[in-house]
Design a protein around this ligand. Structure first.
Ligand code: NAD
Length: 312
């Protein structure tokens, strides 16, 4: 059996699969360019597998993909050729929720802004640098899936925040152990939140979910956090509100133009914007867990079992 590793993985998963299978062709080996010829399984991250790839790879049985995004895979072609495709959802939830929390603190206490001022040797005028506490504030969580529900718990446990949960697709009894108020209408959420954090996929219904009308309803002291996907926020409206003091600040790990945003993105000129380059899952722990789960799932399927998370 031959397994090809088509992307650069954290070593834990590579070592796992090497301990099970003799012929593992690692990422970087020139032979990987010929993987179609005899691969029975591949481990991938961002590599693109097209209909042509699936047609050429006659022996391919399994594609084990690290992460949840499958836009680099032609799933229809995989199904047509009887190839199982599996992913690793949920592994990065703690890391992404932590980044939402970190961005919230950085924005609310102006941590990045003050750091920039100190480094630039600027005069510190304390009354002009007051931040907001998160303690007992009202936090709106849009999308209460793996990451959103964790972020909600962090805000509740750390700062005794009141959680307003908006997720029309979740079961009525979801998050029974988490004190929260379930919201069914975003128009009622915007005016009361001190902070809103976005944890939804980008779809037709979530595109610009934070739009000009939503921002107009929010308090000028409110903050917006997006560690999900660019396109959830109307960035032109956000820029106008932030630069005119109609919102306090924003923490953004995702941008409409993609990540990292270009250095001349107008939002980056604002001191009340804290920006990261889609770094939500960027922890050592997540890379180890994801790499290992990708390899374990591959081995599990090759043993004749159903994948833990099958997408094709
Ligand atoms: P998930 O599928 O577990 O949760 C998404 C939730 O959004 C679900 O509960 C779903 O019911 C809800 N939802 C869908 N449409 C909605 C709508 N219109 N209004 C309200 N709720 C809606 O996904 P997840 O793993 O929690 O990921 C959430 C987001 O985080 C995704 O956009 C994902 O791409 C992103 N993400 C970002 C990073 C990063 O590095 N920043 C890493 C992983 C995931």
């Amino acid at each position: 059996m031959k397994i090809y590793i088509l992307d650069d993985f954290e070593p834990t998963g590579v070592q796992f699969i090497q301990s099970k299978v003799q012929q593992v062709i690692p990422f970087g080996d020139p032979a990987t360019s010929q993987w179609h010829e005899d691969a029975e399984a591949v481990m991938i991250r961002g590599s693109r597998l097209t209909a042509d790839d699936f047609a050429k790879a006659k022996k391919l049985k399994v594609v084990s993909k690290q992460g949840v995004g499958v836009d680099n895979l032609d799933l229809e072609a995989a199904r047509r050729h009887g190839v199982v495709v599996c992913t690793t959802p949920g592994v990065n939830s703690d890391a992404v929720a932590e980044l939402a929390f970190g961005l919230a603190l950085s924005v609310s206490r102006r941590i990045q802004e003050m750091g920039q001022m100190i480094r630039a040797g600027e005069k510190i005028v304390r009354p002009q640098l007051l931040g907001y506490e998160l303690h007992q504030k009202t936090v709106g969580v849009i999308g209460m899936g793996n990451i959103g529900s964790r972020a909600a718990r962090y805000f509740h446990k750390a700062f005794d925040c009141q959680i307003l949960a908006y997720d029309p697709y979740a079961k009525p009894d979801a998050w029974a152990d988490l004190p929260h108020e379930r919201m069914s209408d975003l128009k009622q959420l915007w005016p009361v939140v001190d902070l809103v954090t976005l944890h939804v996929p980008l779809t037709e219904t979530t595109y610009h979910i934070v739009n000009r009308e939503a921002i107009a309803l929010m308090k000028p002291s409110a903050m917006v956090i997006n560690v999900s996907r660019g396109g959830l926020i109307d960035e032109v409206a956000l820029f106008e509100a932030l630069s005119q003091g109609r919102l306090f600040g924003a923490g953004l790990d995702a941008f409409e133009e993609g990540e990292p945003p270009s250095a001349n993105n107008p939002l980056l000129s604002l001191r009340n914007v804290v920006a990261t380059p889609h770094a939500g899952a960027g922890t050592v722990e997540t890379q180890i867990k994801s790499s290992l789960l990708t390899a374990q799932q591959l081995w599990h399927v090759l043993q004749g079992n159903e994948p833990f998370h099958r997408v094709a």
